[in-house]
Design a protein around this ligand. Structure first.
Ligand code: HEM
Length: 388
């Protein structure tokens, strides 16, 4: 049985005796089901906002029959996995039709009052308490399942909408960046070439540091701009995957080795703590390399001296997961919400493209990223299918 249902039964205190009482209640309530369903939909139609989600009499008639079945199966059980699955669909359906959550509570009260009236009329005083108790427990369980799945579905829809908006925003920035980067690339290459010619002539004819130094400095600035431009292009490049069989374990080991000197320089440690000897996947190796390198570099920058960054690689038949954990100060909520946004950076240097590149390359591989952050550090978990 579902852990949630199990927990719910325990919490509400629905016992085997209660279940037997509910079965005994069925013949008492059954003749009243049609009338209760009528009262239920009268109450719905009486409220303009609740009635607004109904399409008309044909649907109400269908819903009346559904409600009668719901009352009957609720009392008779069995309250098993199938019961739970059917009940969870009600919450999801209510999200689909746009029914505000509070109406489920008020509607449940209509049922509760009708059950109470019928029980009070049918049972002697000595049995009233346990009978009312069993009915109330059942309706509480029904409401809890309905509301839980209403909430889960609403959250899932919100997240999906947020992801779509983010993807649209990123796509717009990618096309703007692509245009800009291509415009800048040609004049930059031309300037670099001319500067190299000038530098060569100066060295040949004068070799005077007062003349060669400024040209060297200008050359370094152009190199810096070229690196920035490469970042822009990596972010803006049209999504194209060059898939090949690659050993991801080897790739992750290489990234760790390449990034370790940077960590050491900060007084931090960088360790690959879990990884199988080999893990072959069909990926765009350059892009996966960039994903892992960006994550590791970010983690190294997030820790202070004596900090730790750990990298883990795991895989099963379907996918592999790279986990990069740091023990830095964590990411504040306002930054967290914007972390994949292009050009968003909290660092003084950097383009603010690192995590957007990670996001777009992971998405390109049909993968997913999970982020878990708090005051004990941050963990990024990237999962990519082994055969996209
Ligand atoms: C105790 C509260 C409620 C219960 C037990 C209940 C029960 C159900 C059930 C069993 C379904 C069918 C779900 C499925 O597709 O499997 C459903 C759908 C629906 N419910 Fe409710 N409901 C409740 C409250 C409400 C309220 C207050 C409204 C107000 C308008 C409402 C409107 C609807 C509508 C429009 C549908 C979709 C019907 C269709 O498929 O055309 N429900 N509900």
């Amino acid at each position: 049985m579902s852990a949630f249902l199990d927990e719910l039964f325990r919490y509400v205190g629905l016992t085997d005796e209660d279940r037997m009482r509910l079965v005994a209640l069925h013949p008492v309530l059954e003749p009243k089901f049609a009338q209760i369903a009528g009262r239920f939909y009268d109450a719905v139609w009486a409220d303009p906002r609740a009635a607004a989600v109904l399409s008309g009499p044909a649907q109400t008639e269908r819903l009346r029959l559904t409600l009668i079945d719901w009352m009957s199966t609720g009392l008779l059980g069995p309250h098993d996995e199938r019961f739970y699955e059917k009940r969870s669909r009600i919450g999801r359906r209510h999200v689909q039709i746009g029914l505000a959550q509070e109406y489920m509570f008020t509607a449940m009260n209509v049922v509760r009052i009708a059950y109470q009236e019928a029980i009070l009329a049918a049972f002697p005083a000595g049995e009233l308490g346990p009978m009312l108790g069993a009915a109330n427990k059942l309706l509480d369980i029904e409401l809890a399942i309905m509301v839980r799945h209403y909430q889960l579905d609403s959250e899932a829809k919100l997240i999906a909408r947020e992801r779509r908006t983010q993807a649209d925003r990123i796509a717009a920035m990618q096309s703007m960046t692509a245009g800009l980067a291509h415009e800048v690339r040609n004049p930059l290459n031309a300037a670099k070439l001319q500067l190299e010619l000038l530098d060569r002539r100066l060295r040949r004819e004068h070799d005077d540091p007062r003349l060669t130094e400024p040209s060297e400095l200008a050359g370094k600035e152009i190199d810096r701009l070229t690196l920035l431009l490469n970042d822009f292009l990596a972010f803006a490049r049209p999504p194209e995957l060059h898939l090949e069989e690659r050993d991801i374990a080897e790739l992750v080991r290489h990234v760790c080795e390449a990034e370790r000197p940077g960590a050491t320089k900060r007084g931090a440690s960088l360790e690959l703590v879990v990884a199988p000897p080999t893990l072959v996947a069909r990926v765009d190796a350059m892009k996966v390399h960039q994903i892992v390198a960006n994550l590791v570099r970010n983690a190294v920058e997030a820790v202070t001296a004596n900090g730790h960054v750990t990298v883990e690689l795991e895989g099963d038949y379907e996918a592999f997961t790279v986990r990069v954990q740091d023990d830095g100060a964590g990411i504040p909520p306002d930054v967290r919400a914007r972390i994949y946004e292009p050009f968003f950076s909290t660092k003084e240097s950097g383009t603010g493209l690192g995590m957007s590149i990670v996001h777009s390359l992971v998405t390109l591989h049909a993968g997913s990223i999970e982020l878990d952050t708090g005051n004990r550090g941050t963990r990024f978990e990237v999962t990519i299918p082994r055969r996209p």
